[in-house]
Design a binder for this molecule. Sequence first.
Ligand SMILES: [Fe+2]
Length: 347
Amino acid sequence: MKATRYLMAPIWVAQLATGAKSFRDNPVIGSAEFNRRGLHARRAKLAHDMAWRRRKRLARLISAEDRVAFDSDGFVAREEFLPPDDFKRLRDAVFAHRAPAREMLQGDTITRRIAVDPEFIAAVPAIRLVLDNPDWRGLNRYVGSFDQEPLTYVQTILSHIRDARPDPQTDLHIDTFHPTVKAFYFLTDVAEDEGPFVYVPGSHRLTPGRLAWEREQSISAAASADRLSSRGSLRATPAEIEAMGFRSPRAFAVPANTLVVADTVGFHARGFSARPSVRVEIWTYGRRNPFLPWTGLDLGSVPGIAERRIPWMWEARDFLAKRGLGAQPWQDVGRLRPQDPPGRPVG
Ligand SMILES: [Fe+2]
């Protein structure tokens, strides 16, 4: 064990200059002693400062109104994002297409993902109404603070599919220590009690209260009983969030054809779901080394590569998992439509 530590130490240190976030898996990032002296807090502060600097250079990609809204709240929400006829055409085409799907079971909830890859784009050309939309492109870039193509999926949330503890995503949390984008373009209505996206407005800002909380958490996070907190997605109680001085959480109970783009370094959750429901959205995710000074130069954004990244990532993880070299929580469930019932028995 000592020899391993000796060999791994340079890698653990090098990871400080990346988006590595697990307190549990990296003894340097998780060191109570270093974090008491402010290691985690300094990493978070630097990553936030750099993201805001990059955003300044990307501000031309979005409207002044969206920029003001995002800078204040940490999200931009727009109802009737596409003209109603375009929306219906897109939704009907997405719902009718059976595509290779992956599912992950967490608690009583299944998340299904379908890659928006070349095959999907060829079968559902209406998806271009979103992918090529300048506001869609600009918001993903500004909020994510990089001029990069996000990973794009059709995502379905099937809630209450079995009797189990609630889905862990229902606790308010941050995804990681640095700014990062997620976008949701809802293809179904989302009711208040059907697991809406919940966000604490303004919590994307590293205020003194938030910074002090992160510092405190980072000291004990490696040993936290909460697996997701110990791996860098820190959980907070509503009382802690109030004590940090943030506003009350907002639940996005919204009609279909609403776009929400958010920085998930802010506190967010999947809201309470009172009954079985099926939510479908076009969903993106964009993350990169938060310490890069430039906004572009992303190989993964090159056309031809960008749309193939998701199937490649799935295959790579399947390959490793088969050889016992990692977990693959995303199970291959064959070809499904977004609203189909679960692709495998869930007990
Ligand atoms: Fe999250």
